[in-house]
Design a protein. Structure first.
Length: 147
């Protein structure tokens, strides 16, 4: 199976990518920072450089042609509410649209457990992050993609 992973330098994807390559799947990692390519190559994961914010839906669709599935692991990682909106929210919407254009039916979204820490007072940025992740889940469920 040929699998495109967005956010391929994060902890989740790096573990998943290693498992997929060991099982014979073609794991391709989408990353923003070209300096991370060497590390992915060493793990047997072919990197593709693409910025989730600046790359268009159409360009992503072209890069995703021929893949069997997309796994979305990208995240703003505490970079503030604007980046959370752009990556964890609109980034999901963008890649869902690109996957549809590329005729990919399988889409896995690495999300968050939105009720985690509910009995504790959370910072406003974290509450915002959880709201955005929940909306991304809703957006994916509302798409025609298999999840």
């Amino acid at each position: 199976m040929r699998i495109a992973i967005l956010g391929a330098h994060g902890k989740i994807w790096f573990r998943l990518g290693k498992i997929l390559t060991k099982t014979g799947d073609d794991a391709v990692g989408f990353i923003r920072n070209p300096e991370q390519s060497c590390e992915l190559n060493e793990a047997g994961i072919r990197p593709i450089i693409a910025d989730l914010i600046s790359t268009s839906i159409e360009k992503y669709a072209g890069m995703l042609k021929g893949f069997d599935a997309v796994v979305f692991c990208s995240g703003a990682g505490g970079s503030g509410t604007e980046m959370t909106d752009a990556i964890d929210g609109q980034g999901v919407v963008k890649i869902v649209a690109a996957a549809k254009l590329a005729n990919i039916q399988r889409f896995i979204l690495v999300s968050a457990f939105t009720d985690a820490f509910r009995d504790e007072k959370m910072l406003a940025d974290f509450e915002h992050y959880m709201k955005v992740k929940r909306q991304a889940d809703v957006d994916l469920v509302g798409s025609s993609l298999s999840r």
